[in-house]
Design a protein around this ligand. Structure first.
Ligand code: MN
Length: 385
């Protein structure tokens, strides 16, 4: 059996006001072509189908096309919801789609969703675990100790009927970490970083009974703990921090139990996303201009600000997403430590500047006397000053 693992499609996403919809269509068409050409038996989509709980019409239209195109090929489709999806909306029509071997699981209902299919080596069990929070799982298993996401997922797995002798595949959309606990983020995940690594983190070993774990949530493709526990990553670069990431989709060939092969198939984007750096003159010199239609993050090194830089650059690179400067001035600013700046100035100087900023007028002697008195009381300045 052969299957493709996708995740974090974020259909309908905009990056710096650029709609990604044409880029997403281009990628999803590649998936359909691959499924057709290589007789792929199943497509696994591990959550964050959409970028928002209420996706724009163009996004719903594209996903509808994608699902329809897959339904015309003899392949199965498995979809779980991610934290960006609305479980109810993504669930629309799912009971009807199941007749076409398109299986959605968007809400954990107390029992791990399972579908079993047979190939020449016997049964293959597909388990679908949509994004869950600890509180949701606690609701169904009040007798269990569930204080964090790790305990929540372990409880779900413990309460299911996994037969480790058979071949088991699971789709999950969670923050799963390996032995070291280190996960490299893409940049476009919009995770609550304060909670990452604490309550949300799940140890990869809770999936030990699974032959392949198709993860979604983290946008940078990577294995977690072992090769078969894997984030597919978002299929496109959605953030300037992802310009150097390789975008691929795992194609998994599952033979008999214990015999599995993973190929990372490169995805070709409609537009690449990349950074360019130099003076305006260098960047616009015809010999330096390549693939001008790419999504571009520009770093200008000119010492003098360029008037109307965005319009000028967009005449050559129409999909310029952002311009920032890196020159002698910005370096100078970066070298000054703002906290030191404050240390070098007296309290009256700082408060006068602040007052001027707020009220566009100078502080009066009377007001300054009041501020000095308060500052003395709270111990910012010596009261004798
Ligand atoms: Mn995501």
């Amino acid at each position: 059996m052969k299957f493709i693992h996708l995740a974090d499609l974020h259909i309908g996403k905009t990056v710096k006001d650029f709609s990604m919809i044409d880029d997403q269509k281009y990628i999803l068409d590649q998936v359909v072509e691959t499924v057709k050409r290589e007789n792929i038996d199943a497509v696994l989509i591990s959550g964050d189908v959409y970028d928002r709980t209420v996706p724009p019409e163009s996004a719903v239209h594209l996903f509808d096309d994608f699902i329809f195109n897959l339904s015309q090929i003899p392949t199965k489709v498995f979809v779980i919801s991610g934290n960006h999806d609305s479980d109810e909306r993504l669930n629309f029509g799912s009971r009807i789609f199941a007749d076409k071997e398109i299986f959605f699981c968007t809400k954990y209902d107390g029992k791990l969703y399972k579908r079993t299919f047979k190939d020449e080596y016997g049964p293959v069990n597909f388990y679908l675990l949509p994004f869950v929070k600890a509180s949701q799982v606690r609701h169904f298993h009040p007798e269990e100790q569930i204080d964090n996401y790790d305990q929540a997922v372990r409880t779900i797995i413990k309460n299911s009927d996994i037969n480790p002798e058979e071949r088991n595949i699971i789709l999950s959309h969670q923050f799963v970490a390996g032995k070291t606990g280190v996960i490299s983020l893409g940049g476009s995940e919009s995770l609550a970083t304060a909670s990452v690594g604490l309550v949300e983190q799940i140890g990869y070993d809770c999936f030990d009974d699974f032959d392949y774990v198709a993860l979604g949530h983290i946008h940078k493709a990577q294995r977690v703990g072992r090769d078969e526990v894997r984030y597919a990553g978002a299929p496109l670069k959605y953030h300037s921090d992802e310009v150097n990431d390789d975008k691929s989709m795992p194609i998994i060939t599952l033979n008999k139990k214990g015999d599995l092969n993973i190929e990372l198939r490169q995805l070709k984007p409609l537009h690449d996303m990349r950074r360019i750096k130099g003076t305006l003159k260098q960047l616009l010199a015809p010999e330096n201009v390549q693939n001008p239609e790419d999504y571009i993050f520009v770093t200008l090194t000119d010492n003098d600000p360029v008037n109307d830089a965005m319009n000028i650059i967009r005449q050559t690179y129409p999909n310029t997403m952002q311009i920032r400067y890196e020159n002698d001035h910005t370096k100078e600013i970066a070298m000054v430590d703002p906290s030191k700046l404050a240390e070098m100035r007296s309290f009256p100087e700082l408060i006068s500047d602040f007052y001027r900023q707020m009220y566009q007028t100078d502080i009066s002697d009377e007001e300054m006397a009041i501020m000095n008195k308060i500052a003395g009381k709270v111990g910012i300045v010596n009261e004798a000053d």
